[in-house]
Ligand binder design. Structure first.
Ligand code: IDP
Ligand code: MG
Length: 137
């Protein structure tokens, strides 16, 4: 069993499609072992996306992630990290495969509805950024 970290981003929460995305996650066999709806400050978003601090879109990305409530999730499944990346689809919804969440719900390269850890190292940073051990059940 492996755990990964997922976010339902502000564009999706704002459009009331949280439930639709959770349905896709559960239908794909993930167990939701942690979940909460929160509103990040821009500073908290900057800490979360620290790896992207040198990228030209860092400021825009962090402002967007702090622009409205998000739903943060810890997901468990065999090969959860790769499996969730594959269910999410490519970063740009226009390039995402048919049947992926970003293809179905994403609005643009920036507002692409969901986040997922890209490696075990990322998951090991991202899960405890949002959840303590008592919140993972
Ligand atoms: P990922 O979410 O598929 O792992 P990353 O390259 O890690 O993609 O980028 C993190 C997030 O930053 C993306 O999900 C997207 O919201 C945003 N992003 C990526 N590239 C751009 C860009 O060129 N312009 C604006 N936002 C971007
Ligand atoms: Mg990434």
């Amino acid at each position: 069993m492996e755990r990964t970290f997922a976010v339902i981003k502000p564009d999706a929460v704002r459009r009331n499609i949280t439930g639709k995305i959770l349905d896709r996650i559960e239908a794909a066999g993930f167990s939701i072992v942690g979940m909460k709806r929160i509103l990040l400050t821009k500073e908290q978003a900057m800490g979360f996306y620290y790896v992207h601090r040198e990228r030209p879109f860092y400021d825009e990305l962090c402002s967007y992630m702090a622009s409205g409530p998000i739903v943060v999730l810890a997901l468990e499944k065999e090969d959860a990290i790769a499996g969730w990346r594959s269910l999410m689809g490519a970063t740009n919804p226009a390039d995402a495969a048919e049947g992926t969440i970003r293809r179905e719900f994403g609005l643009s390269l920036g507002e692409n509805s969901v986040h997922g850890s890209d490696s075990p190292e990322s998951a090991a940073f991202e899960i405890p950024y949002f959840f303590n051990c008592l919140e993972l059940v």
